[in-house]
Design a protein around this ligand. Structure first.
Ligand code: IDP
Ligand code: MG
Length: 139
């Protein structure tokens, strides 16, 4: 298992609002190294697979529509304790509950359109990174 790596997406709302640069600045300024990165757009089938764990939740269809409506920035990040430290940097799922200075507090609209994704475990970081990137695209 790859440790000290996490996977992130700057979600369509963040890209639409022109926040790519500011969010990447927060990420690299917090000590994360970019291992892989691209601007891409998920298909419906991609989003259904990526978020399969949520497919029984009432917001699942809205989540798929949101995550496929425009480009995202997908990236793999490296840092000691990457998964937990990145979850701290992005803040709570609901920006109203996110701590001051976190990416979601600064850039997210709502619990559904919350600017950024962060993996929740080393195992999921590996699965999610491999979903978006081949070995040749990781540095
Ligand atoms: P996380 O992104 O903080 O890990 P999860 O519970 O894994 O949060 O949910 C995945 C994504 O689904 C969230 O980031 C958000 O976009 C959306 N979501 C989560 N909970 C809700 C909700 O109660 N209403 C609408 N959308 C939600
Ligand atoms: Mg999650």
């Amino acid at each position: 298992m790859v440790t000290n790596r996490t996977f992130t997406m700057l979600k369509p709302d963040a890209v639409e609002k022109g926040h790519i640069g500011a969010i990447l600045d927060k990420i690299t300024g917090s000590g994360f190294r970019i291992v892989a990165m691209k601007l891409t757009q998920m298909t419906k089938s991609d989003a259904e697979k990526f978020y399969a764990i949520h497919n029984e939740r009432p917001f699942f269809n809205d989540l798929v529509t949101y995550m496929t409506r425009g480009p995202i920035v997908a990236a793999i990040l490296e840092k000691e304790n990457a998964v937990d430290d990145f979850r701290t940097l992005i803040g709570a799922t609901n920006p109203v509950e996110a701590a001051d200075g976190t990416i979601r507090k600064l850039f997210a609209e709502s619990i559904s359109e919350n600017a950024v994704h962060g993996s929740d475990s080393d195992e999921n970081a590996e699965i999610e990174g491999s979903f978006h990137f081949s070995g040749r695209e990781m540095f």
